[in-house]
Design a protein around this ligand. Sequence first.
Ligand code: GLN
Length: 537
Amino acid sequence: MSNSTKYIFVTGGVTSSLGKGIIAASLAKLLQARGYSTTIQKLDPYINIDPGTLNPYEHGECFVTDDGAETDLDLGHYERFLNVPTSQANNITTGRIYQSVIEKERRGEFLGKTVQVIPHITDEIKERIQLLSKKGTFDIVITEIGGTVGDIESLPYVEAVRQMLWEFENDCIVIHLTLIPYLAAAGELKTKPTQHSVKQLLELGVQPDILCCRTEHDLDLTLRKKIAKFCNVSMNAVIEAKDAGTIYEVPLLMQKEELDKVVLEKLGLSSKSVPNLESWNKFLGFVQNPSKEVNIGLVGKYVELKDSYKSISEAFIHSGAENDCKVNIKWIHSEKLTKANINDEFEGLDGILVAPGFGSRGISGKIEAVRFARENNVPFFGICLGMQCAVIEFARHELGWTDAHTTEIAEDCKYPVISMMEEQKNIANMGGTMRLGSYKCQVKPESNTFAAYNSDLIFERHRHRYEFNSDFLQDFEKAGMIATGKNPETGLVEVVEIPNHPWFVGTQFHPEYKSTVANPHPLFVAFIAAAIKHNQK
Ligand code: GLN
């Protein structure tokens, strides 16, 4: 059965936040670099249908795919590492599984049978896992099980894995990511939590093939032997996963530990090929030894939880490396930003990014940030709500429309420069009214946007309800804010720029979702280049 798809399951033990997503993405990178087409999928054990309705404080950023799925931020890591787009099928939640089973039940598809967790929920899970291999494009599907082994919520997923291990005996392996804590008082690394977590997996009928051990110290031979012996894995399957300076170093650390080699051997695949990581290493060189640096202010209302802006901060790493430059992010809370403190807060910044967001909290700080950038000729990048704030700021202070706003916040304002399109108003369900996923955008030549992409037709991902109100476009363009990107089908304004400024770009779409190691996003690259220029002045 050598032509069949291979499945790698990644489970987590002892504690959450061990970085399963990064380990999965790093392994996938190594397999891809050996020529195996690989994809990664995340199964999330919570009951929400998707993370779209979750507060970023709960779950960090909501990542958006080309096909408009609102997903877990780990999918962002998968795309950034692999440079292959993910889709709806790459992120499944318990909510979605149950929704699908219940809909089938309502349609009578179970023919009067009692619908149960086993087999119906587990069958649905297995079907979703196999869906990716049915596309026929992947040699290897890596499935990351969210949560920690032993949680009540993840039981059906572990059971589905157990069944698949039987059904596809030679085509499945399990990697268990675990923690080897260091007890300072004893001066020792401790293996007991790992032994217990493997035992817990065994109770559920799953024997892990490989243990990835998160640790702050080296695992010596004695310790590796001990772990192997007590957890029934071979010595070479005890993989040390030490803390890394950057997540982009993890594939190399995993290669050193031969994780990819062990995986291929256990799956019966050839491990003769040598991973081609030439461009990855080049990128890493720029990340680790940049020749210059710039300071960028990131203005948002969730800056206490940096995961809320994961794709943006990662895009800065990619675009920084492309410019041989380290990007220092200064996290600036929009709620605390006022006219009175902005000069101090923005001292020494080479660029200002106003972040996406929803609702009124922190909006006046964001508008002040735009004003500062515009009036002081500091490179400015506004994303989604950040672009909308740029439009509001321009209307208020350049056009003199003091009552300009977005109808998201001030429904009855005199100048609704950002508003909801008529056809959207009728859709009432939360989540239902959003413009989600990839849309076409026609770019004007002789704009910063065109210069960045070197193309007049681009595709970018969206996640918003409100739009630039085209009724006012003429006034804006007369006063110096130009729509340099428009949707060719609907005429919606997707990009605004101020040509009479060193670099001022606001995008209704989210460019950060498409930035990868192999393809740093052109607008981020151009923004950092402008910031470098500003710095050198
Ligand atoms: N709240 C704004 C809208 O819905 C912007 C959304 C965003 O920044 N992603 O249009």
